[in-house]
Design a protein around this ligand. Sequence first.
Ligand SMILES: NC(=O)c1ccc[n+]([C@@H]2O[C@H](COP(=O)([O-])OP(=O)(O)OC[C@H]3O[C@@H](n4cnc5c(N)ncnc54)[C@H](OP(=O)(O)O)[C@@H]3O)[C@@H](O)[C@H]2O)c1
Length: 245
Amino acid sequence: MENVAGKVVVITGASSGLGAETARHLVKAGAKVALGARRKDRLDALVEELGDDQAAAFKVDVTKREEVDAFVKGAIEQFGQIDAMLHNAGVMPLAPLAENRHEEWDQCIDVNLKGVLYGVGAVLPHMNERQSGQNLFVSSVAGHVVNPAGAVYCATKFGVRAIAESLRKEVKGNKLRTTILSPGAVESELPQSVKSDRVKGFVNDLYENTAIPASSFARAVVFAISQPDDVDINEILFRPTAQEM
Ligand SMILES: NC(=O)c1ccc[n+]([C@@H]2O[C@H](COP(=O)([O-])OP(=O)(O)OC[C@H]3O[C@@H](n4cnc5c(N)ncnc54)[C@H](OP(=O)(O)O)[C@@H]3O)[C@@H](O)[C@H]2O)c1
Protein backbone atom coordinates (compact mmCIF):
# COMPACT_ATOMS: atom_id res chain seq x y z
CA MET A 1 0.00 0.00 0.00
CA GLU A 2 1.51 3.29 -1.14
CA ASN A 3 2.58 5.63 1.67
CA VAL A 4 1.76 3.09 4.39
CA ALA A 5 4.53 0.51 3.96
CA GLY A 6 7.44 1.23 6.29
CA LYS A 7 5.51 3.69 8.44
CA VAL A 8 5.45 3.31 12.22
CA VAL A 9 1.97 3.71 13.72
CA VAL A 10 1.27 3.93 17.46
CA ILE A 11 -2.19 2.69 18.49
CA THR A 12 -3.84 3.18 21.88
CA GLY A 13 -6.64 0.79 22.75
CA ALA A 14 -5.10 -1.92 20.58
CA SER A 15 -6.13 -4.90 22.74
CA SER A 16 -9.57 -5.33 21.14
CA GLY A 17 -12.11 -4.02 18.65
CA LEU A 18 -11.19 -1.22 16.28
CA GLY A 19 -7.61 -0.80 17.47
CA ALA A 20 -6.69 -4.48 17.14
CA GLU A 21 -8.28 -4.81 13.69
CA THR A 22 -6.56 -1.63 12.48
CA ALA A 23 -3.22 -3.04 13.61
CA ARG A 24 -3.86 -6.11 11.44
CA HIS A 25 -4.73 -4.03 8.37
CA LEU A 26 -1.75 -1.71 8.83
CA VAL A 27 0.72 -4.58 9.14
CA LYS A 28 -0.82 -6.20 6.05
CA ALA A 29 -0.13 -2.90 4.26
CA GLY A 30 3.51 -3.02 5.37
CA ALA A 31 3.45 -0.73 8.43
CA LYS A 32 4.94 -1.39 11.85
CA VAL A 33 2.70 -0.96 14.86
CA ALA A 34 3.27 -0.12 18.52
CA LEU A 35 0.31 -1.47 20.45
CA GLY A 36 -0.84 0.03 23.75
CA ALA A 37 -3.55 -0.97 26.27
CA ARG A 38 -3.89 -2.26 29.83
CA ARG A 39 -4.55 -5.92 28.89
CA LYS A 40 -0.99 -6.85 28.00
CA ASP A 41 -1.85 -10.54 27.47
CA ARG A 42 -4.15 -9.51 24.59
CA LEU A 43 -1.44 -7.32 23.09
CA ASP A 44 1.16 -10.10 23.37
CA ALA A 45 -1.17 -12.47 21.52
CA LEU A 46 -1.62 -9.87 18.77
CA VAL A 47 2.15 -9.38 18.47
CA GLU A 48 2.52 -13.13 18.10
CA GLU A 49 -0.08 -13.07 15.32
CA LEU A 50 1.51 -10.10 13.51
CA GLY A 51 5.19 -10.95 14.06
CA ASP A 52 7.56 -9.23 16.47
CA ASP A 53 9.52 -7.51 13.70
CA GLN A 54 6.30 -5.69 12.72
CA ALA A 55 4.60 -5.18 16.10
CA ALA A 56 5.46 -4.45 19.72
CA ALA A 57 3.27 -4.44 22.83
CA PHE A 58 3.27 -1.84 25.60
CA LYS A 59 1.18 -1.97 28.78
CA VAL A 60 -0.30 1.48 29.18
CA ASP A 61 -3.17 3.08 31.06
CA VAL A 62 -3.91 6.23 29.04
CA THR A 63 -5.27 8.01 32.12
CA LYS A 64 -1.72 8.03 33.51
CA ARG A 65 0.36 10.66 31.76
CA GLU A 66 3.73 9.16 32.68
CA GLU A 67 2.64 5.79 31.21
CA VAL A 68 1.59 7.43 27.95
CA ASP A 69 4.94 9.24 27.79
CA ALA A 70 6.75 5.94 28.38
CA PHE A 71 4.66 4.23 25.67
CA VAL A 72 5.57 6.82 23.05
CA LYS A 73 9.22 6.81 24.12
CA GLY A 74 9.26 3.00 23.99
CA ALA A 75 7.79 3.01 20.49
CA ILE A 76 10.51 5.40 19.27
CA GLU A 77 13.22 3.27 20.89
CA GLN A 78 11.78 0.11 19.34
CA PHE A 79 11.16 1.37 15.79
CA GLY A 80 13.28 4.54 15.50
CA GLN A 81 10.44 6.96 14.71
CA ILE A 82 6.68 7.51 14.81
CA ASP A 83 4.87 8.43 11.60
CA ALA A 84 1.31 8.30 12.88
CA MET A 85 -0.56 7.89 16.15
CA LEU A 86 -4.12 6.56 16.39
CA HIS A 87 -5.65 7.96 19.59
CA ASN A 88 -8.24 5.22 19.87
CA ALA A 89 -8.62 4.04 23.49
CA GLY A 90 -12.13 4.76 24.71
CA VAL A 91 -15.06 3.70 26.86
CA MET A 92 -18.79 4.26 26.36
CA PRO A 93 -20.65 4.09 29.71
CA LEU A 94 -23.99 5.36 28.41
CA ALA A 95 -26.51 6.17 31.16
CA PRO A 96 -29.15 8.79 31.95
CA LEU A 97 -27.71 11.70 33.94
CA ALA A 98 -30.26 11.08 36.71
CA GLU A 99 -28.47 7.83 37.56
CA ASN A 100 -25.58 9.95 38.88
CA ARG A 101 -22.87 7.53 37.83
CA HIS A 102 -20.02 9.78 38.96
CA GLU A 103 -17.29 7.18 38.66
CA GLU A 104 -18.31 6.44 35.07
CA TRP A 105 -18.36 10.17 34.25
CA ASP A 106 -14.81 10.48 35.59
CA GLN A 107 -13.60 7.39 33.76
CA CYS A 108 -15.17 8.46 30.46
CA ILE A 109 -13.62 11.92 30.65
CA ASP A 110 -10.26 10.57 31.85
CA VAL A 111 -9.93 7.94 29.09
CA ASN A 112 -11.69 9.61 26.15
CA LEU A 113 -10.44 13.17 26.66
CA LYS A 114 -7.47 13.31 29.01
CA GLY A 115 -6.04 10.10 27.56
CA VAL A 116 -6.19 11.64 24.09
CA LEU A 117 -4.56 14.86 25.29
CA TYR A 118 -1.76 12.90 26.99
CA GLY A 119 -1.17 11.03 23.72
CA VAL A 120 -0.95 14.25 21.73
CA GLY A 121 1.33 15.80 24.34
CA ALA A 122 3.64 12.80 24.25
CA VAL A 123 3.99 12.47 20.48
CA LEU A 124 3.89 16.08 19.30
CA PRO A 125 7.49 17.08 20.17
CA HIS A 126 8.75 14.12 18.08
CA MET A 127 6.50 14.97 15.11
CA ASN A 128 7.24 18.68 15.28
CA GLU A 129 10.96 18.01 15.34
CA ARG A 130 10.69 15.75 12.29
CA GLN A 131 8.24 18.16 10.58
CA SER A 132 6.30 15.05 9.69
CA GLY A 133 3.54 12.96 11.21
CA GLN A 134 -0.18 12.30 11.40
CA ASN A 135 -2.50 12.24 14.41
CA LEU A 136 -5.69 10.23 13.95
CA PHE A 137 -8.51 10.72 16.45
CA VAL A 138 -11.51 8.50 17.10
CA SER A 139 -14.68 10.50 17.61
CA SER A 140 -18.04 8.94 16.69
CA VAL A 141 -21.45 9.59 15.22
CA ALA A 142 -21.96 10.47 18.91
CA GLY A 143 -19.54 13.34 18.30
CA HIS A 144 -22.11 14.79 15.88
CA VAL A 145 -25.48 13.76 17.31
CA VAL A 146 -26.65 13.64 20.93
CA ASN A 147 -29.22 11.14 22.16
CA PRO A 148 -30.59 10.50 25.68
CA ALA A 149 -28.10 8.63 27.93
CA GLY A 150 -25.27 9.99 25.80
CA ALA A 151 -24.50 13.21 27.68
CA VAL A 152 -21.03 12.39 28.94
CA TYR A 153 -19.94 10.07 26.13
CA CYS A 154 -21.14 12.56 23.51
CA ALA A 155 -19.42 15.41 25.37
CA THR A 156 -16.12 13.51 25.14
CA LYS A 157 -16.61 12.71 21.45
CA PHE A 158 -17.58 16.31 20.58
CA GLY A 159 -14.50 17.23 22.63
CA VAL A 160 -12.25 14.91 20.65
CA ARG A 161 -13.33 16.71 17.48
CA ALA A 162 -12.56 20.07 19.10
CA ILE A 163 -9.09 18.88 20.12
CA ALA A 164 -8.42 17.54 16.64
CA GLU A 165 -9.67 20.68 14.88
CA SER A 166 -7.52 22.94 17.04
CA LEU A 167 -4.50 20.71 16.59
CA ARG A 168 -4.99 20.64 12.82
CA LYS A 169 -4.76 24.44 12.67
CA GLU A 170 -1.89 24.62 15.15
CA VAL A 171 0.41 22.16 13.33
CA LYS A 172 -0.26 23.02 9.68
CA GLY A 173 2.97 25.00 9.61
CA ASN A 174 4.90 21.92 10.69
CA LYS A 175 3.44 19.84 7.84
CA LEU A 176 1.58 17.52 10.22
CA ARG A 177 -1.70 15.89 9.23
CA THR A 178 -4.78 15.53 11.45
CA THR A 179 -7.62 13.09 10.88
CA ILE A 180 -10.87 12.41 12.74
CA LEU A 181 -12.61 9.04 12.32
CA SER A 182 -16.29 9.13 13.32
CA PRO A 183 -17.85 5.67 13.12
CA GLY A 184 -21.39 4.53 13.81
CA ALA A 185 -22.01 1.08 15.33
CA VAL A 186 -19.02 -1.17 14.65
CA GLU A 187 -18.46 -4.64 16.15
CA SER A 188 -16.23 -4.46 19.21
CA GLU A 189 -16.33 -4.87 23.00
CA LEU A 190 -17.54 -1.28 23.44
CA PRO A 191 -21.15 -2.14 24.42
CA GLN A 192 -19.71 -3.96 27.45
CA SER A 193 -18.90 -0.59 29.02
CA VAL A 194 -22.63 0.14 29.32
CA LYS A 195 -23.63 -0.76 32.90
CA SER A 196 -26.99 1.05 33.14
CA ASP A 197 -29.85 -1.50 33.10
CA ARG A 198 -32.03 1.10 31.40
CA VAL A 199 -29.67 1.40 28.43
CA LYS A 200 -27.93 -1.97 28.08
CA GLY A 201 -30.74 -3.74 26.24
CA PHE A 202 -31.16 -0.97 23.69
CA VAL A 203 -27.43 -0.78 22.97
CA ASN A 204 -27.04 -4.56 22.68
CA ASP A 205 -29.97 -4.69 20.24
CA LEU A 206 -28.52 -1.84 18.18
CA TYR A 207 -25.14 -3.57 17.92
CA GLU A 208 -26.59 -7.04 17.31
CA ASN A 209 -28.86 -5.78 14.54
CA THR A 210 -26.79 -3.12 12.78
CA ALA A 211 -23.08 -3.20 13.71
CA ILE A 212 -20.64 -3.70 10.84
CA PRO A 213 -17.22 -5.42 11.09
CA ALA A 214 -14.24 -3.56 12.55
CA SER A 215 -12.56 -3.87 9.16
CA SER A 216 -14.81 -0.95 8.04
CA PHE A 217 -12.95 1.29 10.47
CA ALA A 218 -9.52 -0.21 9.74
CA ARG A 219 -9.89 0.44 6.01
CA ALA A 220 -10.74 4.09 6.70
CA VAL A 221 -7.59 4.49 8.80
CA VAL A 222 -5.42 2.87 6.14
CA PHE A 223 -7.03 5.13 3.51
CA ALA A 224 -6.28 8.29 5.52
CA ILE A 225 -2.67 7.30 6.18
CA SER A 226 -2.10 6.17 2.60
CA GLN A 227 -2.82 9.57 1.04
CA PRO A 228 0.14 11.50 -0.37
CA ASP A 229 1.79 13.80 2.19
CA ASP A 230 0.13 16.90 0.70
CA VAL A 231 -3.37 15.45 1.23
CA ASP A 232 -4.80 15.87 4.74
CA ILE A 233 -7.99 13.81 5.20
CA ASN A 234 -9.67 15.76 7.99
CA GLU A 235 -12.70 13.66 8.84
CA ILE A 236 -14.35 10.41 7.85
CA LEU A 237 -17.90 9.99 9.20
CA PHE A 238 -19.55 6.67 8.43
CA ARG A 239 -22.43 4.50 9.67
CA PRO A 240 -23.72 1.01 8.96
CA THR A 241 -26.14 1.30 6.06
CA ALA A 242 -28.81 -0.11 8.40
CA GLN A 243 -28.20 2.40 11.20
CA GLU A 244 -30.93 5.01 11.50
CA MET A 245 -29.66 7.25 14.30
N1 LIG B 1 -17.40 0.30 18.20
C1 LIG B 1 -18.15 1.35 17.91
O1 LIG B 1 -19.33 1.22 17.52
C2 LIG B 1 -17.58 2.73 18.00
C3 LIG B 1 -18.29 3.79 17.40
C4 LIG B 1 -17.77 5.07 17.51
C5 LIG B 1 -16.58 5.30 18.16
N2 LIG B 1 -15.92 4.24 18.74
C6 LIG B 1 -14.68 4.52 19.45
O2 LIG B 1 -13.70 3.61 19.01
C7 LIG B 1 -12.67 3.52 20.00
C8 LIG B 1 -12.28 2.06 20.18
O3 LIG B 1 -13.34 1.36 20.81
P1 LIG B 1 -13.84 -0.09 20.36
O4 LIG B 1 -15.15 0.08 19.72
O5 LIG B 1 -12.79 -0.81 19.62
O6 LIG B 1 -14.13 -0.74 21.80
P2 LIG B 1 -13.34 -1.85 22.63
O7 LIG B 1 -13.28 -3.13 21.88
O8 LIG B 1 -13.99 -1.86 23.97
O9 LIG B 1 -11.87 -1.26 22.74
C9 LIG B 1 -11.54 -0.21 23.62
C10 LIG B 1 -10.05 -0.15 23.77
O10 LIG B 1 -9.73 0.93 24.66
C11 LIG B 1 -8.82 0.45 25.61
N3 LIG B 1 -8.89 1.20 26.87
C12 LIG B 1 -9.97 1.45 27.64
N4 LIG B 1 -9.60 2.12 28.76
C13 LIG B 1 -8.26 2.27 28.68
C14 LIG B 1 -7.28 2.87 29.52
N5 LIG B 1 -7.60 3.44 30.70
N6 LIG B 1 -5.99 2.84 29.13
C15 LIG B 1 -5.65 2.26 27.96
N7 LIG B 1 -6.51 1.69 27.12
C16 LIG B 1 -7.80 1.69 27.49
C17 LIG B 1 -9.16 -1.02 25.81
O11 LIG B 1 -8.01 -1.73 26.27
P3 LIG B 1 -7.76 -2.29 27.74
O12 LIG B 1 -9.11 -2.53 28.37
O13 LIG B 1 -6.98 -3.54 27.51
O14 LIG B 1 -6.96 -1.22 28.43
C18 LIG B 1 -9.49 -1.44 24.38
O15 LIG B 1 -8.33 -1.81 23.71
C19 LIG B 1 -13.23 4.20 21.25
O16 LIG B 1 -12.67 5.48 21.37
C20 LIG B 1 -14.72 4.30 20.95
O17 LIG B 1 -15.33 5.35 21.65
C21 LIG B 1 -16.39 2.98 18.66
